[in-house]
Design a binder for this molecule. Structure first.
Ligand code: CTP
Length: 407
């Protein structure tokens, strides 16, 4: 049997990037031989094993064929006769279809190294189309390697478009899609992920609510970039530049969905888009079964981002309502994430990327003032239940009035 390092580990070593996990392919072996050597099978009927010591994945060389719709519709064939080249040809991109033996000799039948040098994401063969998840994967790799100058080959983009139009993307489970989306959003240039999905028409299928923002104008005074789709990409870009967590990046992507619903005769204004957008945010959240913290923050940022921008003009009572809505007393981190999402929204505008955002510290100060109101004196007065709640609110309102006067 021969063992080769494959996929991302080879690619990233050649790119000079850190290699995190290593996948191996085993040629010329049977399942029985693997078990006899102490490898542990991953699934009952899939020829993938874990190394007894390192825990790394070793897969028997296999060919695959699509036998139906969706992810379940796959048949594969693993046997000692399957060659390395046959295993590599079923893979997604040429840069992912290279193998390396323990002497670092490269097997590269589909010219992955050349595409690495030319900075091209290119499918290996028509078998690319057998797994619709690859549309998201390619967009994710485009985001990850954008700083190196990688682009998607036109023929690959065309295949991705055909997959998008075929209805196959709908067959992806929420879990598989979310895994790709969340990883892509955490890349350095997540806006490239969305842009590539748009370029191959997958965005219209996966997130029509985001796709609909392109071509929708906003008032030039606040938005020199005018287009709401471009603005959304810039906000996402800012969130990555400022190293924000996934929750914030997700909220940035979805914050303006309501603008896609504005009747054209009202353009470029978007009255109450914060409210009209909520049902769309909810729909996208649920479609991908986003984690609870991502869902919550996206809805809150969608609903309140204009409050964030107007923070300095808000009445003390409105400030209090905002803080209460975030349950800032028990969830201070969530309010902080709201503040930075608003800041990213303010910076994600053409030419305004470096602007200062005094609203952020002002909101932090307000949260601090409200949180510093002590409960103890009210408890000592014998207040309980709803009465205590009301008294606490009154005290917090007082504290916010004082804060406003002194700010
Ligand atoms: N692969 C594929 N099609 C998929 C998923 C994986 O062809 N839908 C192949 C690719 O050759 C890939 C390898 O399996 O390189 C390993 O997949 P995975 O570990 O998911 O990705 P990596 O390429 O290692 O990338 P990452 O660094 O993002 O994990």
């Amino acid at each position: 049997m021969q063992i080769y390092k494959v996929g991302g580990a080879v690619r990233d070593r050649l790119l000079g990037k850190p290699v995190t996990d290593i996948d191996w392919v085993v040629v010329g072996a049977t399942t029985e031989e693997m078990l006899a050597l102490g490898y542990r099978p991953v699934g009952a009927d899939f020829p993938v094993f874990l190394h007894p010591k390192s825990g790394e994945e070793y897969a028997l060389a296999r060919t695959e064929r699509k036998s139906g719709r969706g992810y379940g519709g796959f048949t594969f064939h693993a046997s000692p006769e399957v060659t390395l080249e046959e295993d590599l040809i079923r893979r997604d991109l040429t840069i992912n279809a290279m193998a390396e033996d323990n002497q670092q000799n490269l097997t590269d039948p589909y010219h992955g190294q050349r595409d690495l040098e030319d900075r091209i994401l290119r499918h290996v063969s028509p078998a690319f189309a057998e797994d619709p998840l690859r549309v998201l994967r390619v967009a994710r790799f485009a985001a990850r390697y954008a700083d190196l100058g990688f682009t998607v080959a036109p023929q690959t983009l065309e295949l991705m478009r055909q997959l998008s139009e075929s209805g196959e993307l709908q067959a992806l489970t929420a879990e598989r899609s979310w895994k790709e989306i969340s990883r892509a959003l955490m890349e350095d240039q997540p806006q490239v992920f969305i842009q590539v999905l748009r370029d191959c028409d997958a965005l219209r299928v996966l997130m029509p609510e985001v796709d609909a923002l392109f071509g929708v104008p906003q008032p030039e005074v606040h938005h020199p970039e005018i287009d709401t789709g471009i603005h959304t990409l810039s906000v996402l870009e800012q969130s990555a530049l400022h190293k924000q967590p996934l929750t914030v990046r997700w909220a940035c992507l979805l914050h303006d969905l309501g603008k896609g619903l504005t009747p054209t005769e009202e353009w470029p204004r978007h009255i109450a888009h914060e409210h009209t957008g909520l049902k769309l945010i909810k729909a996208v959240n649920e479609r991908f079964k986003a984690p609870k913290d991502c869902q919550e923050l996206a809805l809150l940022v969608g609903k309140y981002h204009t409050h964030g921008h107007r923070a300095l003009e808000l009445k003390a009572s409105t400030l209090l309502e905002l803080l209460q809505s975030f349950d800032v007393y028990r969830r201070p981190q969530r309010f902080e994430e709201f503040i930075v999402a608003c800041e990213m929204d303010a910076r994600g505008r053409k030419g305004l990327e470096q602007r200062s955002y005094p609203q952020a510290d002002y909101l932090r100060g307000a949260a601090k003032a409200a949180r510093e109101v002590a409960v103890q004196p009210l408890l000592e007065k014998g207040l309980k239940g709803p009465e205590l709640g009301e008294a606490l609110k009154r005290e917090r309102l007082k504290a916010l009035k004082v804060y406003k006067e002194n700010a």
